[in-house]
Design a protein around this ligand. Structure first.
Ligand code: UD1
Ligand code: CA
Length: 453
């Protein structure tokens, strides 16, 4: 019989050990919230049958995942992981699930492959209650798996008593469970909060299940780091490092040359064409795309940047929400802010800043320039020190420059202003009125040279 399997991410907790007011599951790794990774793995296994329990700062968590709208469950008081599951029961029942795969929302290293293998093992064994256990040198704060003869249960670290439970073995509970709802739902009413934390533990379902004669199956994954939970800043940066290496390695295996790879940070949604060469230290985040033949030198940061084929980005560049078309050259020390577009073969050099501006095909702004709310036609040359004065203190205004225009060095273009095709602006000008096609404009005092007294 085909089983209908849905998933539940537990994300209502406060994350006290993070020592931060922000919800723990929104803390980011490589630019994406912790919960994003969990949701991505669960969606790969269960499609859109993924539900998420939210509670602490529920609105901000829900707002961070608009694609999950309609599949959030509220746990108004955070009374423990067992209580969180109970809060989700009505939604899970309505979805007509046979099994639910429950995963802690603070375990961003889980992979779809690993979760699938776990579900397969649990279903093959016809388990009613299955959970993943892993081996750690130090069981730390994790729930410990206690096997005594035929029985198995999970004892939380705070409640662990070596006199009763024996010396800890290092086998711990990973926080991933596959539960057959029809038989597990009735057990939820039997959970008690009579423990050191005063919480209803989902982990008590293992002992209760055994007592009720259900098939309980621990699936031991050895020393698999993919299940580590994140509870503190130290664990956050530790997990981020594991994830970072995983992603960088995948790009190298796919044909990207990553030099100084130990200092390269790449977000999970970044796409890089095979053959691209990059060098650390470097950060690539968001929906950044690097086309074939592109190179990115060290000390650069790209966020949501679209980089075309054969683009060369020199060292120390900062690009956000920018599009750089094929064959462009950028930097060193260039800053492309949101809305910056460099059309094919354009060049931007050192200490040039662009914002909401288009630099046309083959146009150049090679030194010390600010281009804001500007449109520059193909083949134009923007001299060193040119500034578009786009802000009058209240409003932003546009500067439009035609094709093949030449703007002399140290020019201030006071917007709104239009410079025509083939126009020439003399160096040091302050341009406050439009310049027609092919004209020469000089907006500066004439030099006087006199004999010295
Ligand atoms: C939990 C397990 C522990 C396991 C560890 C693995 C319990 C009781 N213990 O401990 O056995 O080794 O995970 O990482 O489950 N949450 C809610 N509502 C709540 C409380 C928590 O949604 O009322 C969510 C949290 O947001 C978090 C997850 O459940 O994502 C786990 O809670 P957490 O407090 O981190 O549990 P641990 O102490 O780490
Ligand atoms: Ca945890």
């Amino acid at each position: 019989m085909v089983q209908r399997i849905g998933a539940l991410a537990l994300a209502a907790g406060k994350g006290t050990r993070m020592k931060s007011d922000a919800p723990k599951v929104l803390k980011t790794l490589l630019g994406k919230p912790m919960l994003w990774y969990v949701e991505a793995a669960l969606a790969a296994v269960c499609g859109d049958l993924v539900y998420t329990v939210v509670g602490h700062r529920a609105d901000s968590v829900a707002a961070a995942f608009p694609e999950l709208a309609g599949r959030f469950v509220r746990q108004t008081e955070q009374l423990g992981t067992g209580h969180a599951l109970a809060a989700a029961l009505p939604a899970l029942g309505e979805a007509g699930l046979d099994h639910v795969l429950v995963v802690n929302g603070d375990a961003p290293l889980v992979t779809a492959e690993s979760l699938r293998a776990f579900c397969d093992a649990a279903l093959a064994a016809r388990a009613d209650v299955a959970f993943v256990s892993i081996e750690l040198a130090d069981p730390g704060y994790y729930g410990r798996v206690v096997r005594q003869g035929e029985t198995v249960c999970i004892v939380e670290a705070k409640d662990y008593d070596p006199a009763v439970h024996g010396a800890p073995t290092g086998e711990i509970n990973a926080g991933v469970y596959l539960l057959r709802l029809a038989v597990v739902a009735p057990l939820l009413a039997k959970l008690s909060n009579d423990n050191k934390s005063g919480e209803y533990y989902i982990t008590d379902l293992i002992g209760l299940g055994q007592a009720a004669g259900l098939r309980v199956l621990p699936v031991n994954r050895g020393a698999d780091a993919a299940y580590l939970g994140i509870n503190s800043p130290r664990e956050l940066v530790g997990a981020e490092e594991i994830l970072r290496r995983r992603i960088v390695d995948a790009h190298i295996d796919a044909g990207v040359v990553v030099r100084a790879a130990e200092a390269v940070r790449i977000g999970p949604e970044v796409a890089i064409a095979p053959g691209v060469e990059v060098c650390g230290p470097l950060e690539l985040y968001g929906a950044t795309r690097l086309g074939a033949g592109a190179t990115v030198a060290s000390h650069s940061l790209l966020l949501d940047a679209e980089i075309g084929e054969n683009v060369a980005i020199a060292a120390f560049c900062h690009l956000e929400n920018a599009r750089v078309e094929a064959g462009c050259q950028v930097g060193p020390y260039a800053r492309l802010r949101p809305g910056a577009v460099m059309e094919e073969g354009a060049r931007v050099g050192n200490f040039v800043e662009m914002k909401k501006s288009v630099l046309g095909r083959g146009a150049k702004a090679n030194h010390l320039t600010y281009l804001g709310d500007a449109e520059i036609g193909a083949g134009s040359n923007i001299g060193a020190g040119t500034i578009t004065c786009n802000y009058d203190g209240v409003h932003k205004h546009r500067t439009v420059i035609g094709e093949r225009a030449f703007i002399g060095s140290n020019t201030a273009l006071v917007a709104p202003v239009t410079i025509g095709n083939d126009a020439l602006v003399g160096a040091g000008s302050v341009i406050t009125s439009d310049v027609a096609d092919g004209m020469l404009a000089l907006g500066r005092g004439r030099q006087v040279t006199k004999a010295r007294k």
